[in-house]
Design a protein around this ligand. Sequence first.
Ligand SMILES: *[C@@H]1O[C@H](CO)[C@@H](O)[C@H](O)[C@H]1NC(C)=O
Length: 489
Amino acid sequence: MCKCSFVLAACLTVACLAAATSAQEYVDDPGVPDDAALSARSAEPSMIFDTSGIVVNPGEPLNLDCGLNGEIRYCIWMHGDDIYQVQDVYSNVYGGLREPENKENNQCGIVVDSVNIEQHGEWKCTVFVPGNSLSKSKNVVVTIQPTRPIIEIDTSPLEVDTTEDNTIVCSVAAARPAVGMKWYLGNEDITKMSEKVETLTDDQGTYKSVSTLTRRFDPKDDEKTLMCSITHKTLPTGANTSVPVRVMFKPIEKDTTTFYQIQLGSNYEVKFNFSSNPKPDDVMWKFGDNLENPEGSLVIPEARGRYRTYLEELGNNMYTAKLLIEEFTLDDSNKMYSLLVQNVIGETEYQIRLSVHEPPIDGVSETSNHAKIPPTELSVSEFETESNNLSGGAIAGIIIVVVVVVVAIGAAGYARYRQMFCFASRAESKAHIQDPERNETDNGTANDAIKASTDHVNGKTENTVANGNGNLEQTQVDEVNNEKKNTDV
Ligand SMILES: *[C@@H]1O[C@H](CO)[C@@H](O)[C@H](O)[C@H]1NC(C)=O
């Protein structure tokens, strides 16, 4: 019995302790305003204080807020060695310090009317309550306007080349707090290619900031402006410094360029565009069956035999190299051509081909001079040209194609004989797509009439096929082209 009541008493004690502990826990949780918590709070006062730092410009007002849940005896603020009794501040004892308008949860708050540099640093509010005192502090940064940003380069404009990474430094010697820094190239924000280091230069919160940009410049960056831009609380619109950029690059590489539809017998001028900065020192045309061992080379502006060369400067680092070939021959079209361009950064050899053919339908040809093709010569040259470079298998393929083409031409002639208008209109639409220049002459009703009148003759004599009607020959040539392409693939 006695033993049992002891156990009971022990259990009650433990239960009471547990209850007390849980009540205590509620005090820490501001989300639960139950009676136990409120009574605990009034019993144990706590400060209402934001400890986060504040940045203020000289001359601006500074609100130093400090409040308490509970009964206050009196309170003071401390800054460095100075002590300000809040009661005295409210009685206007200290010039420049005054009572705040809103004292709710801010019973010990004071206002600095116009901050000065000396007021930079830590401010501590101490509240005296019955039997105790509570303190909290915050850091006040009184700004110092940054020095001018400087891009540390030897020369302006900044000269860079595309072969290596460039490192460019922008610095601000002093600012409080540290400045924000950004880099722009033209309108593009390239800050993510930079790294910023801030160094404290004294014990007063003054920083030196250095941002290092690492970038490989691109030919298209030439003539852009590189800007180092800073932001700071003291600068409503920021500040910046900039430098123009000159980007040097070797002549920009290009895929092989083919010029199409060159008219045999004409004086043909190859006009090849390329980009280089600085201006090329040497531009040389080469041609032959094998460019390792060219049959001819001309350094612009050299002229020799049937060849003339020129260089035209277009501006924006663009140039046109010209090669005029007099009386263009089939042989000329079978040669390889290259343009070797050299500047101080490097050299590039461009591959160029000259073709009497039409450009491939789906291919993207860079240049096409829309020359009229002499029809009969073309259909012959077509096979000569191609067979020069072809293996036995391919030649066999071509022979088959020739047979097919002969049959096709025969069939076409027959079809044309039977359904001439149907056929003619198809030819016309094709010419329209491929050659706007020629189309001009083919479109008129007069031409239609001529076509109609010659159609009968075409079917019978070779001569008229060659010279009379542009549409028919063009169509036949197209069919030859298409057949050939299919076998090539
Ligand atoms: C070469 O440049 C000139 C001038 O900008 C331009 O008119 C021409 O179309 C260009 N040629 C090619 C093949 O892009």
